[in-house]
Design a binder for this molecule. Sequence first.
Ligand SMILES: NC(=O)c1ccc[n+]([C@@H]2O[C@H](COP(=O)([O-])OP(=O)(O)OC[C@H]3O[C@@H](n4cnc5c(N)ncnc54)[C@H](O)[C@@H]3O)[C@@H](O)[C@H]2O)c1
Length: 261
Amino acid sequence: MKRLKGKIAAITGAADGIGHAIAKAMAAEGACVVLSDIDADKGEAAAKALRDGGAEAEFIRCDVAEEGDIRAMIERTLTWGGRIDVLVNNAAVAIGGMPVHEMTDDQWHRLIAVNLTSVFRGCKYALPHMIAQGSGSIINMASAQGHIGLDGWTAYAGAKGAVMAMTRQMAVEFGPAGIRVNSISPGTIATPMNEGVIAQMGEAVARAWVKMHPMGRIGRPEEVAEAAVYLASDAAGFTTGVDLRVDGGLCVTPRYVPDLV
Ligand SMILES: NC(=O)c1ccc[n+]([C@@H]2O[C@H](COP(=O)([O-])OP(=O)(O)OC[C@H]3O[C@@H](n4cnc5c(N)ncnc54)[C@H](O)[C@@H]3O)[C@@H](O)[C@H]2O)c1
């Protein structure tokens, strides 16, 4: 029995990386998936590949920094699927790698718009429909960096910490309506986001990441997707307000200062 059979799921940032892996995994478990992303070419191709494989998948271009795009993405999901069972607020940008006092206001505002305000808006537009249905599962992508410190990522960590706090608040507020709200905190995962960080900071950072994780490697997007499938499924029917860490043990290690030279 497929774990998400018949569920309608919308995923932001689904053209690549973790969001793409979540879309693929949810489709494989029988969900009808709405992929959305700022990158229309990649997103259309990703949705087509899923359809070619026999899944029900649609793509809508959505820049999560734009309120109208998020509203349209939720409306399109409802028009297409008739309901919205699962919302994955996944899209984010990695603006960091610099001390917080060297960050510009523009960088700060861009990060908060894409990584935090987007979560508020996704929930804002999905919740009325989930309340009317009497059910729903919202999954917000947080980060190990919302739990532990890493040089140069104060703003990113601040947004992720806020995502986790909002997740707990909404779990309390909407539990009585049958809506579950959880977050996932990945450790370092092999995605284009981190290819960008390596390009910015150098190969040494990639070696350091491996050393930081007790599992002795970084994670795969599919390993995060598996957690999202679980949280979306009825098997997690009594799980809400949780942050599920998929981090190879990163958050339970003492701070390890790698040799970056
Ligand atoms: N990769 C990691 O190590 C890691 C660790 C912890 C948390 N996360 C979180 O997981 C999520 C996914 O990260 P990833 O590594 O897959 O990222 P990624 O950069 O590899 O992929 C992100 C996807 O989001 C899209 N995107 C970027 N800006 C967007 C916007 N404004 N609107 C809509 N789509 C946009 C991109 O086009 C891309 O398809 C993010 O929330 C990230 O913060 C990632």
